[in-house]
Ligand binder design. Structure first.
Ligand code: MEV
Length: 339
């Protein structure tokens, strides 16, 4: 039995804009998905969160993954990924993800995977990316393929495409490599660790779950793509510039500036139509007590990242609004094989 674990993530700043080749700063968070995996004849998946255990013949998983690849390619031509999105819904995501890794690593036998973890599902904090990374790494470990993190990240990016169409690749990269990452989509993507520039721990952040988004990341990214280009472009540009400023602020430990930039990002994400009334209320209340808050990931609900130099004051305000603050560590280790 091999156990592999992977953290979730938050964007300190830069989500959505990163899809349009602006930079983003992402942090791996101290909430993880773990998988215990071993060789079997078929593909077996158990996950207490997702309901009863599932089992598929290896061939069925590999064929489902081939179909996902075909549908993704067709979707990419039409710029409409609804075909592949409906294939990978629910537990089929794991079926296709495992099948894809088996295909890519030329493995014809199965694997049993038991998932557990404490990352809020489908809420902007990287569950799909973490799942993609943990599956790629666990298959590699169980079958002694010895993939390095770059290779694991590439497979995870393929899987993310099945779920989100044309993701930036930022989410899977920070889950895989961990720490605090400067990410820019390109050919190739820029994935830079900010450990040298930001050698201290980012403190006084908490996460707040405002409710599971109704739309998926892929749908929300498409919704932003469908906006009037002038509305989209000005918000994307503003977030991009704020991200450049954020890098400087972090380097200089200028937390006042960092706060202002988080609030600016939230205003622009609202402009992009991916905030919700609950997120707006929370963000305004945190702003009024001198803190900062922004939605995480694709938005449309989900987790909000909140900051205040007085964390107790922040937590009290969040509770007063009827939410529960979740303590979170930022910049943790990426994918790892557990002892
Ligand atoms: C989702 O966590 C982040 C987005 O920027 C999409 C992406 O980067 O692929 C909304």
């Amino acid at each position: 039995m091999v156990t592999v674990s992977v953290p979730g993530k938050v964007h300190l700043i830069g989500e959505h804009a990163v899809v349009y080749r602006e930079p983003a700063i992402l942090a791996a968070i101290g909430m993880r998905i773990a998988v215990g995996a071993r060789k079997t004849d078929s593909v077996r998946v158990s996950d207490r969160e997702m309901g009863p255990d599932l089992e598929w013949p290896v061939r069925e998983c590999k064929e489902a993954a081939e179909k996902a690849q075909r549908l993704w390619e067709e979707g990419n031509k039409k710029k409409d990924f609804s075909g592949v999105f409906s294939l990978v819904k629910g537990s089929n995501f794991k079926k296709v993800a495992i099948g894809h890794v088996l295909n890519k690593l030329n493995i014809d036998s199965g694997i049993s995977m038991g998932f557990s973890g404490n990352i809020p599902m489908g809420s902007g904090v990287g569950t799909s990316a973490a799942l993609a990374v943990v599956i790629a790494k666990a298959v590699s470990e169980v079958y002694g393929k010895g993939l390095d993190n770059l290779q694991v990240n590439e497979l995870a990016f393929d899987i993310e495409k099945f779920g989100h169409g044309l993701p930036s690749g930022g989410d899977n990269s920070v889950c895989c490599f961990g720490g605090l990452v400067w990410f820019k989509k390109g050919n190739p993507n820029t994935i830079e660790s900010l450990k040298g520039e930001v050698p201290y721990n980012l403190e006084n952040f908490v996460l707040v779950q405002t409710g599971k988004p109704v739309k998926t990341t892929g749908e929300l990214v498409q919704q932003v793509r469908d906006l009037d280009p002038s509305v989209r472009e000005s918000a994307v540009k503003a977030i991009g510039l704020a991200t450049q400023e954020m890098r400087k602020a972090l380097k200089e430990k200028d937390f006042g500036k960092m706060q202002a930039l988080i609030n600016l990002a939230q205003r622009n994400l609202k402009q992009l139509g991916v905030s919700t009334p609950e997120i707006d209320t929370l963000a305004e209340a945190v702003f009024k007590i001198g803190g900062a808050a922004k939605l995480c990931g694709a938005g449309g609900g989900g987790v909000v990242l909140c900051y205040h130099r007085d964390k107790e004051k922040l937590k009290n305000k969040i509770r007063e609004l009827g939410f529960e603050p979740m303590e979170v560590e930022l910049g943790v280790e990426g994918v790892r094989v557990e002892e």
